[in-house]
Ligand binder design. Structure first.
Ligand SMILES: N[C@@H](CCC(=O)N[C@@H](CS)C(=O)NCC(=O)O)C(=O)O
Length: 275
């Protein structure tokens, strides 16, 4: 593979997880091309255009083309995209290794992770560090846990607010009410309190989920936290760490540049009015 940076195309959908990747590309200062897609205003779905690139047609997707390679690589799933971009082009966004005074030799034992692990830069955590585990946890928790609950919460709002035939409307509203009461409300509060607690315990004033710098885990967590705020789930009196965390991310030049890019390309401000 040549040393030249590849050509990266980000397939970006409004009000979606795609923003994580745009934010990350700005953090990594990688050149990229944007392909913009819009949701259908009635169904809120994306349509099938992206299926020409990836069979699921779910956002984000990136295409990566190295000049010296025939094939374009197509990568879907935001956590996979984040891992790919960070590990190939932005290892400073990997967690730092634990500062616990342990001998580095432990990384080069029988498992031999030292050679193949992500420790080439010396300061980067390896799979045997707690910070590594924490990094992987939040990187995958974002989609694997909290986004599932948020998706059901969005469905509940949809059932409650979407225009429906008169006959099915009471049934839809009743299902929405039960889901909200029995599952969404309590489960979301459990997640929010967990996240608030995790940030409050970090020795970095709660600016980041892992260690004292931005990592790929924050890129992944930025979306659910932004959705929680947009839905009105984050009261600043009750959850000051989460509210501040989001403010700090949004105040980064790279976040602002990502938003400015969307404005430049679409002519409208990026909005995250998900309920
Ligand atoms: N776990 C996947 C989720 C992908 C996903 O569901 N994306 C949504 C956008 S946030 C989407 O494409 N929605 C449009 C649609 O379903 O039509 C990821 O993290 O990439």
């Amino acid at each position: 593979m040549s040393d030249q940076l590849p050509k990266i195309t980000l397939h970006w959908l409004d009000k979606s997880r795609s923003h994580r990747i745009l934010f990350l590309l700005e953090e990594l200062q990688l050149p990229y091309e944007l392909k913009i897609y819009k949701r259908n205003p009635i169904t809120n779905l994306a349509g099938s255009a992206l299926k020409l690139i990836h069979p699921l047609g779910k956002f984000p997707v990136i295409e990566v083309r190295h000049e010296d390679q025939e094939e374009t690589i197509v990568i879907a799933e935001s956590a996979v995209i984040v891992e790919y971009l960070v590990e190939n082009f932005g290892r400073h966004l990997l967690p730092d290794k634990d500062d616990d005074g342990r001998d580095d030799g432990r990384h080069n034992g029988d498992g031999d992770l030292g050679e193949r692990g992500p420790n080439e830069e010396g300061r980067t955590a390896t799979p045997r560090d707690i910070s590594w585990l924490r990094y992987k946890y939040f990187l995958h928790y974002a989609e694997g846990s909290v986004m599932n609950v948020l998706l059901i919460a969005v469905m509940v709002t949809f059932l409650r607010t979407t225009p429906l035939f008169l006959l099915v409307r009471p049934l839809a509203r009743a299902i929405a009410w039960q889901l909200e009461k029995q599952y969404v409300k309590n489960t979301l509060v459990t997640h929010i309190e967990f996240l608030e607690d995790e940030l409050s315990k970090q020795g970095n004033k709660g600016d980041f989920f892992v260690g004292d710098k931005l990592t790929g885990a924050d890129i992944m967590m930025s979306f659910p936290v932004e959705v929680l705020k947009a839905r009105g789930d984050l009261d600043s009196g009750r959850y000051p760490f989460l509210v501040r965390y989001l403010e700090r991310l949004k105040s980064r030049e790279t976040w602002k540049r990502a938003d400015a890019k969307i404005f430049e390309v679409t002519g409208v401000e990026r909005r995250m009015d998900i309920r």
